[in-house]
Design a protein around this ligand. Structure first.
Ligand code: ARG
Length: 573
């Protein structure tokens, strides 16, 4: 079913054309949709259309236009229309609306909101993209969850998606790390301490190198050995990588995040030569202080560095090779880079260079940027050692959720598992609750507030709907009487659910999972309002059946929405 506002706008546009077939400059359905408003006072109708915009084209006073339009309106099955002071006020046919909505919700079930619009199209998503030998910390939470959510959203809309973890696994730091490991480390200690031990060795290297700068050369020498594929260097390097990925896998498992490819920077090193040749052939490379760059002064950007003085490539060169590889391999219609806004310039440069190389698909590369996460009001910085490790954060979230559950529902079966779902849901919800470009301050009291706008609140509402469903299953209910769903609370819940499919599409268009977070929260709040004002299972059985069906539909839409942002929906809480 079409969203109600679109539908009314379309019918109004038809009425307009039927009444004034000759008039010029009349707004089309889309513009009308933009003009349609929800009156602050419900006595003025469910929707109102201001006729002022039509006065000029029709050379008529708005009140007259409103009267004529309402007179010509012949869709009482959708809504009745009344003219008031130049407005066309619509009153929905509430029972019909309820019937149509409920029929559609029942038909589509958990596919409600999905679509085939992406059929035959491919979206590559570069997200999470962690760095080797570094612990997975809260700074990588947003890229991981925004990317994961976008992937689910695009899947739901019928696209083929390719999830790519573009690992940061190339650079001189790995030479330094090998040197440090061989000088001050041991296999046992690294096996035991994991990525933390690698970090310790790396910090140690920098401390020592300050006293003895010659160590920098040692580090570079080891990196050269990696570049040349020296077996010893490669063995240690692969082992570091394996350890980091094992560490990260625990977090990915907890979050339910998966990838199709882990091709990171090192994967593209042998593909950068061709890119450099191509840039040179196309006359795009210029020399600058011994390095090779692509000049971007025409675009008001600093030059994009391609080859360093010593002839080695950099991050940008590997990104150029990666973009080409992805286009050649996956033939993407869009390639999204979910990366913090600090890399804004980097991506503008890379995309512009691709454009200069003559690739029409450069315009399909999109940097999906996002703000910073602080924790309990404190900015985080790896350099100052002030970080929050994701596995610690998630473990704490589970513990805290378990405490709350022990207090609120001590007899709940599978408490541990529910605590996992709730704790992790609380973290993800916080991360995806704001417009992505906004900075986020993570606070436990807010994240785990069961009554506020939070993951647990939405999950709790879902569980509440399921509980109503379990009770209803024990009753013998007749065919629903949809006239039971014509009150204000039911109608606002139905309307929010009616908008859900559009919200999913808009979230995909704007790369904005938070729109879905908002929608499920609104639906949860509307359901709770309904729940407090109405008794679902009591009274006339046919009416109860309608309310039970709406409750089940609310559970289903909330579950779908939560799934799309990567949050599980327990049935009991
Ligand atoms: N590893 C990088 C970082 O942690 C992000 C990589 C993003 N993807 C890319 N294709 N450059 O900052």
């Amino acid at each position: 079913m079409m969203d109600m506002m679109t539908r009314i706008a379309t019918l109004t546009s038809e009425t307009l054309k039927a009444l004034w077939p000759e008039a010029e400059g009349l707004p089309g359905a889309e513009e009308l949709r933009g003009l349609l408003a929800v009156p602050p006072d419900p006595a003025m109708g469910d929707y109102a259309f201001p006729c002022f915009r039509l006065a000029k084209s029709l050379r008529m006073a708005p009140p007259k236009i409103a009267e004529a339009l309402c007179g010509g309106w012949s869709h009482a099955e959708v809504a009745t229309a009344q003219p008031v002071n130049g407005y066309m006020n619509f009153f929905l046919n509430r029972e019909n609306f309820a019937r149509e909505m409920m029929t559609e919700l029942a038909e589509k079930g958990d596919r409600y909101g999905s679509s085939e619009m992406g059929k035959g199209k491919t979206i590559c998503l570069d997200y999470s993209s962690i760095n080797i030998a570094k612990r997975f910390h809260i700074g990588h939470l947003s890229t991981t969850m925004i990317g994961h959510s976008l992937r689910r959203i695009y899947d739901f809309l019928g696209y083929r998606t390719v999830g790519i973890n573009h690992l940061g696994d190339w650079g001189t730091q790995f030479g330094k790390m090998i040197y440090a490991y061989r000088t001050w480390g041991s296999r046992e200690e690294v096996e035991k301490g994991g990525v933390d031990e690698l970090t310790r060795l790396y910090v140690k290297f920098h401390e020592e190198a300050e006293k003895n700068p010659a160590l920098e050369d040692e580090g570079r020498a080891w990196f050269k050995r990696i570049e040349e594929g020296d077996p010893e260097a490669m063995e240690i390097f692969s082992w570091f990588k394996e350890m980091t990925l094992k560490d990260a896998a625990r977090v990915y498992d907890l979050l339910g995040v998966t990838f199709d490819s882990y091709a990171g920077e090192s994967f593209y090193v042998d593909k950068t030569g061709a890119v450099v040749d191509e840039l040179r052939e196309k006359g795009l490379l210029t020399q600058s202080e011994g390095a090779w760059v692509v000049d971007l002064s025409e675009d008001n950007m600093p030059p994009c560095l391609i080859l360093k003085k010593d002839g080695t490539t950099i991050y940008a060169t590997r990104d150029l090779a990666a973009a080409k590889y992805r286009q050649d391999t996956y033939h993407f219609d869009k390639c999204l880079y979910v990366v913090a806004y600090q890399q804004d310039l980097h991506f503008r440069q890379v995309f512009r260079v691709l454009e200069k190389m003559g690739y029409p698909w450069a315009k399909d590369c999109v940097h999906v940027s996002f703000g910073m996460v602080s924790f309990e009001g404190e900015a985080l910085s790896t350099r100052r050692g002030n970080t929050v490790h994701l596995d610690d954060l998630l473990a704490q979230a589970r513990e805290k959720a378990l405490e709350i559950i022990n207090e609120k529902s001590p007899d709940l079966p599978d408490k541990e598992d529910v605590a996992r779902q709730v704790g992790i849901g609380a973290v993800i919800y916080t991360d995806l609750s704001n417009n992505r470009i906004k900075d986020i301050d993570f606070r436990w009291d807010r994240a785990l507030n069961f009554d506020g706008e939070s993951g647990p609140y939405v999950q709790y509402t879902h569980a509440r709907c399921c509980s109503v469903g379990r009770k209803a299953a024990e009753m013998q209910l007749p065919e629903p009487d949809w006239s039971a769903l014509t009150d204000d609370e039911a109608q606002s819940l139905l309307r929010l659910m009616g908008r859900f499919p559009d919200v999913v599409k808009e979230a995909a268009e704007k790369y904005e999972p938070s729109m879905i977070t908002r929608a499920v929260t609104d639906i949860a709040q509307a359901f709770n309002k309904y729940y407090y004002e109405h008794r679902i299972l009591d009274g006339d059985p046919a009416q109860a059946a309608a309310r039970v069906a709406m409750t089940a539909a609310a559970a289903s839409v909330i579950r779908t929405g939560l799934f799309l942002i990567g949050i599980e929906a327990p049935e009991r809480m």
